[in-house]
Design a protein around this ligand. Structure first.
Ligand code: VGL
Ligand code: ZN
Length: 206
């Protein structure tokens, strides 16, 4: 089966020192580099959270506290600290990430009125990023997902991948969560829908 590795949002703002840091987020990067550099994959693709400075998911746009709950264009929304602003240092891939094997980058979160956690669709499923057709056009049938944050963008990306009919494998030791409890709950649901959860060693032997 032709297989893609999908590296989700390994950007400075999601790593220690970033505005929406995931605890120990940077500790997965060496393992992600090993996966991406292995000969297991037919293609390696990355996603990048890429917001305008006035994005509606930012607490600053609503005079709200970061991590509080509110509404964005009628939908429930967690208000985040400002993060991954287009062309900012925080939006760059972490410098330790080896981007040489990455053949395509899919950006998301550009529409200020809707958040976009998944690499495939925005949260209202109105717009498609093109990732699905890119993969299916290459004959990819299996997708392996890693990156940040496990309980937000990795979760939504893996879930959509499964719903779109790709055999989907979540590489648990190559992701880190903002909230571990949310991620654990998701893993149960993902497995019950046929998703596979494994570790890097089971894929590349080390
Ligand atoms: C993400 C929160 C807001 C992520 C993106 O990449 O997990 N989380 N935007
Ligand atoms: Zn975001």
């Amino acid at each position: 089966m032709k297989t893609a590795l999908l590296i989700v949002d390994i950007q400075n703002d999601f790593c220690p020192g970033g505005s929406l840091e995931v605890k120990d987020g940077d500790t997965i990067i060496q393992s992600v580099n090993e996966l991406a550099g292995s000969d297991r994959y037919d293609i390696v693709v990355a996603t990048q959270d890429w917001h305008p400075a006035n994005h509606g998911s930012f607490a600053s746009q609503h005079g709200a506290e970061p991590f509080s709950n509110g509404k964005l264009d009628g939908e429930n929304q967690i208000f985040w600290p400002d993060h991954c602003i287009q062309n900012s240092e925080g939006a760059n891939f972490h410098p330790d990430l080896n981007t040489a094997p990455v053949k395509a980058i899919f950006r998301k979160g550009m529409d200020e009125l809707v958040d976009s956690y998944s690499g495939f669709f925005d949260n209202k499923r109105k717009r498609d990023t093109g990732l699905r057709h890119y993969l299916s056009g290459l004959g990819i049938e299996e997708v392996h997902v890693c990156g940040l944050a496990a309980d937000v963008c990795v979760k939504f990306t893996a879930s959509d991948s499964l719903d779109l009919g790709f055999k989907t494998i979540l590489i648990e030791d190559c992701t880190k969560a903002i909230n571990d409890g949310d991620f654990e709950k998701f893993i149960e649901l993902f497995q019950s829908k046929g998703g596979i959860v494994t570790n890097k060693k089971n894929i590349i032997g080390v």
